[in-house]
Design a protein around this ligand. Structure first.
Ligand SMILES: Cc1cc2nc3c(=O)[nH]c(=O)nc-3n(C[C@H](O)[C@H](O)[C@H](O)COP(=O)(O)OP(=O)(O)OC[C@H]3O[C@@H](n4cnc5c(N)ncnc54)[C@H](O)[C@@H]3O)c2cc1C
Length: 423
């Protein structure tokens, strides 16, 4: 998987100042937004934290995503609320709605230059989507969220997007976009400054369980920790717990970045520079970044991706939405793994010997990972209320064994057909 365009102008983390520790209170596995946020939150509260990243910070989804910063949970809230008491449902709703604010306040607090920008369009391709968006607006406003505007025809869409592909939409003032790797590196620097040890090129290959856990690290000395957080999400290799792997499927999604577009072109296609996602299951998601590039993502696949075909496919999708981009040049194409759960709600858990995990942000992790990392860290620090609520949600396993990939691919093929037939 090629690195994203985001990595082009990012400085590597400075080498660790202190000797490599052999023990710590909390070991965090995975240097994406979840793990780094948890490390930062714990270090700020004086905990002795070591974060172990197999490659470099941002190697996983956090350094290669579309940069969409979305409010709320990735699926209709009733998938959460019907399993909870009214009190716990309110708590879960408020937590989901706090995630974007948490990003904004961390950006301010740590002075992270990461091109944060608000304004988001959920774009409807046909009438069923318009109805779904109106139902979402109804549900969200009933719960007090007053930042959605329904756009019920092309005239209403015109201030935001000029494309014949869409017939309506929902504009959200409080969602937006971010350069995800700049944000993540800013958090990692802040975590290091707060005292967390961040160790790159440190792949954990085995964990000996017990009150004190021994982490075996490839080409490095072992580390002993009382608590372990598994934050490897779709990239977590053999050390995941069976309960985790059965409940997570890995989907590959890909992103194309053009060379910078002219201001005139941007004014023509996306006048308000809103970040956009359509409502298909195998959705297109796109935005104009701070360098005027079109960052266009899509093409979910349960099978291995041949990057040779990806560019042509993404270009076809982009030019269907904006035929005027037929001559725009491709600068970079990359892919990454998304972890999804059956109900698209993140899966939280804990073992009896204090191994905590969260996974399955289902393509919605840029904001929710910051919330999830905070929830895990709070649980470690003794405030487990939000953790307990999220952990109590049931997650169905995916079909197992050798039939797993074909079954998932078949399911995705059905949804793609449904999208195409506008059912
Ligand atoms: C192409 C793409 C586009 C996306 N677009 C969006 C979007 O626009 N908006 C949105 O909200 N979400 C999006 N997502 C999803 C989002 O990026 C993820 O939900 C989020 O980044 C997950 O963060 P994480 O920290 O949990 O995991 P990751 O960022 O995946 O980090 C996991 C890390 O764990 C490390 N690791 C794994 N195993 C080990 C081990 N044994 N030892 C040490 N380290 C280990 C990996 O190397 C990796 O760096 C997208 C994802 C992809 C792939």
């Amino acid at each position: 998987m090629l690195t994203s365009i985001y990595a082009d102008h990012i400085d590597a983390l400075p080498p660790p100042q202190k000797d490599r520790p052999h023990t710590c209170d909390v070991a965090i596995i995975g240097g994406g937004l979840t793990g780094v946020t948890a490390a930062l939150h714990l270090a700020e509260h004086g905990y002795d934290v070591v974060l172990l990243e197999a490659e470099t910070i941002g190697n996983g989804g956090s350094g290669r995503n579309g940069g969409h910063l979305c409010q709320g949970w990735p699926n209709d809230f009733h998938h959460i609320s019907h399993q909870l008491s009214a009190h716990d449902a309110d708590l879960a709703w408020a937590a989901g709605m706090a995630a974007v604010d948490m990003v904004a306040s961390r950006v301010r607090k740590h002075n992270i230059a990461c091109d944060l920008q608000f304004g988001y369009l959920h774009a409807a391709l046909h009438h069923r989507h318009v109805n779904e968006l109106l139902a979402m607006q109804h549900e969200w406003s009933r719960r007090g969220y007053a930042f959605l505007t329904a756009l019920t025809d092309r005239t209403a869409l015109a201030p935001h997007i000029n494309s014949q592909s869409y017939c309506g939409g929902l504009y959200d003032e409080r969602s937006g976009q971010i350069q995800p790797l700049k944000y993540l590196m800013g958090l990692a620097l802040a975590a290091g400054a707060a005292g967390a040890h961040i160790l790159e090129h440190s792949r954990v290959i085995k964990i000996d369980r017990g009150v004190n856990k021994t982490l075996h690290i490839e080409h490095a000395p072992q580390l002993t920790a009382s608590r372990v957080l598994l934050c490897g999400n779709a990239y977590l290799t053999d050390i995941g717990l069976p309960d985790m792997s059965r409940r997570l499927a890995q989907v590959t999604s890909s992103v194309l970045a053009t060379t910078p577009l002219s201001d005139n072109m941007i004014q023509h296609i996306l006048p308000s520079r809103a970040t956009v996602a359509d409502c298909n299951t195998a959705l297109n998601y796109f935005r104009i970044d701070a360098d005027n590039r079109m960052i266009f993502g899509g093409r979910a696949s349960y099978t291995n991706v041949n990057l040779g075909n990806v560019e042509a496919d993404l270009r076809r999708r982009m030019c269907t939405v904006f035929p005027v981009l037929a001559n725009a040049e491709t600068d970079r194409v990359w892919s990454g793994r998304i972890g999804i759960t059956v109900n698209r709600i993140p899966h939280f858990g804990r073992t009896d010997d204090d191994i905590y995990f969260v996974q399955g942000f289902s393509g919605h992790g840029v904001a929710l990972t910051g919330l999830a990392g905070t929830i895990l860290a709070d649980a470690i620090m003794g405030d487990a209320e939000q953790f307990e609520v999220m952990q109590s949600l049931r997650h169905m396993p995916f079909p197992g064994g050798i039939l797993r990939t074909p079954a998932l691919a078949l399911g995705m093929a059905w949804y793609k057909l449904r999208d195409r037939l506008k059912l």
